[in-house]
Design a protein around this ligand. Sequence first.
Ligand code: ATP
Length: 305
Amino acid sequence: MSPVNVRVPAKINLCLGVGPVRDDGYHPLATVYQAVDLHDEVRATGRDDDQITVSVHSEMDVRSEISVVPDGDDNIAVKAARLLRERTGISSGVDLSIRKVIPVAGGMAGGSADAAAALVACNEVWGTGLSRPALEVLAAQLGSDVPFLLHGGNAVGGGRGETVSPVLARGSYHWVFAMAHEGLSTRAVFAEFDRLNTGAEVPEPVVPDALLAALRAGDAEALGAALSNDLTEAAFSLRPELEDTLSIGIEAGALGAILSGSGPTALFLASDEAHSLDIAFALSSAAGCADVVQSRGPVPGARVG
Ligand code: ATP
């Protein structure tokens, strides 16, 4: 049985509207996702027995905090493989090998990306033949961001992020990502959001019209001005130095600057390659910045190859 290799992108949220906490503990979200050119790889090799194993590798130990990625049943890629096996009633095993590039706990959905990749890779290596829509149903059970990482491109996310619908969009965008020295727990940032909003009326979230118009027009300047993230205050409250990182990028002329999801990765929109290099250079000496990466988006979702 030959191994199957799947590449899967990271996501950013061009806007992240967060509503009042629901009875099930989740917050309703109104977001526009974009998949970006920063990829993890998941290789699946079929086994003769029914074991499911995982190993995690990285060439960039600092930014990927590889030690906090579980190498057993808690790894979300293993959960994805188990769910696929359960739903298709097969008993095959697999060795999963993850090459991590997406920062861990960076607000770029690296774990969800690995889950999406594991679904696609195991579906191929086991010959279970589930369609994309069928895989999307499993993806939604694994986590809010997983369906989008199968999808890729640009998409509007609703519900708790798991309902993905296409968005009319043009253009390819130049991004700069500033990775922090240490990850930030998504759960902790949402808890801080709730604490900061205690007693306040949190409105139902909406995707700003200006952002959709900017994407339709492929207008980077308008997109930069329309970027937004309701978790900013909560993330700043837990990591005050992130405010300095955003300021450095803005001073370097970024068209827009926000935190990626729940942070701590900061993202900056540039007008072209040369501009993106200028912003990356300005950020590279920032104290709170462990690594700076230039990237492009949108890119496709999890794909064999
Ligand atoms: P999101 O943007 O979806 O809120 P994140 O990018 O901030 O998430 P992840 O890198 O997805 O955070 O990881 C969150 C936690 O999930 C990690 O701290 C780790 O303990 C756990 N985890 C489980 N499986 C994986 C995996 N394959 N890769 C990374 N983290 C994993």
